[in-house]
Design a protein around this ligand. Structure first.
Ligand SMILES: Nc1nc2c(ncn2[C@@H]2O[C@H](COP(=O)(O)OP(=O)(O)OP(=O)(O)O)[C@@H](O)[C@H]2O)c(=O)[nH]1
Length: 242
């Protein structure tokens, strides 16, 4: 698309929260909002820019241009009384723009991997996108990172469809069970729901991480201090008592 938020080479990807950042640290200073960096990946032409624009401004562009580098837009989403500010990063899917998009993966909180249901190749490349993301995003918990699988262009006729829901679900089962949803940016089907699922996935991921960290916390009060070591000075043994 020809958006107005083209960001190239400013390195802003690392300014916003890192994946797995504790919830308290994710809150914006001025409000109670939680800021989440959401990245949309997938082959060129699957409809990433259209998904972002449908979600942010409820607009669909039939003649959307290829994205160059990355673009981002913000949108607030309220879930269970909590407001989340989604900073949505739309990346260029075409191979020739790879070096322009990968620097922006760092600090992502959630990743939407997209394909078009009428484009078998875009579905085949889904695993490649996950791999590329994990390589460049430098996330700590790669195997549990919150991905969502999105099959866009669900409005196409049955004859035009090249990827079944069954195939997509099988892929999910074999790849860490990310949530899966089919959308249509064109007909405004399930677009908001896809972003809600992304936030929900992030919340569950955070809770899991918090439990993990809590179980690793050592109660220092219950640990007996070690005996101080003896040392030998000038040939005399000197021991400091506790
Ligand atoms: N039928 C249908 N067409 C769509 C849908 N979403 C996007 N398109 C069309 O698909 C084409 C590509 O859409 P984009 O949003 O530019 O695709 P992209 O994934 O951002 O492409 P890159 O920027 O090259 O990575 C455009 O002609 C859109 O009008 C959809 O839900 N249904």
């Amino acid at each position: 698309m020809s958006g107005n938020n083209v960001v190239l080479g400013r390195g802003s990807g690392s300014r916003v929260g890192a994946g797995g950042t504790p919830l308290a640290q994710k809150r914006l200073n001025t409000s109670k909002n939680v800021l989440l960096k959401v990245v949309i990946l997938g082959n060129g032409g699957v409809g990433k820019s259209c998904l972002m624009n449908r979600f942010v401004s409820n607009h669909f562009d039939q003649h959307s241009f290829h994205t160059i580098g990355v673009e981002f837009l913000n949108k607030d989403l309220e879930i269970n009384g909590e407001t989340y500010t989604l900073q949505i990063w739309d990346t260029a899917g075409q191979e020739r723009f790879k070096s322009l998009r990968t620097p922006f993966y760092r600090g992502s909180d959630v990743c939407l991997i997209t394909y078009a249901v009428n484009d078998q190749k875009s579905f085949k490349d889904v695993s490649m996108w996950c791999k590329e993301f994990l390589t460049y995003a430098d996330v700590k918990e790669g195997s549990t990172f919150p991905f969502i699988l999105v099959g866009n262009k669900a409005d196409v006729s049955e004859e035009g469809r090249q990827v079944t829901q069954e195939e997509a679900r099988t892929w999910c089962k074999e790849n860490g069970n990310p949530p899966f949803i089919e959308t249509s940016a064109k007909d405004a089907i399930n677009v908001e729901l896809a972003f809600q699922m992304a936030v929900d996935r992030w919340i569950k991921f955070e809770e899991k991480m918090d439990r993990h960290y809590e179980s690793e916390v050592v109660d220092l009060r219950s640990v007996k201090p070690p005996q101080r070591a003896s040392c030998c000075m000038n040939g005399q043994s000197s021991r400091t008592e506790e």
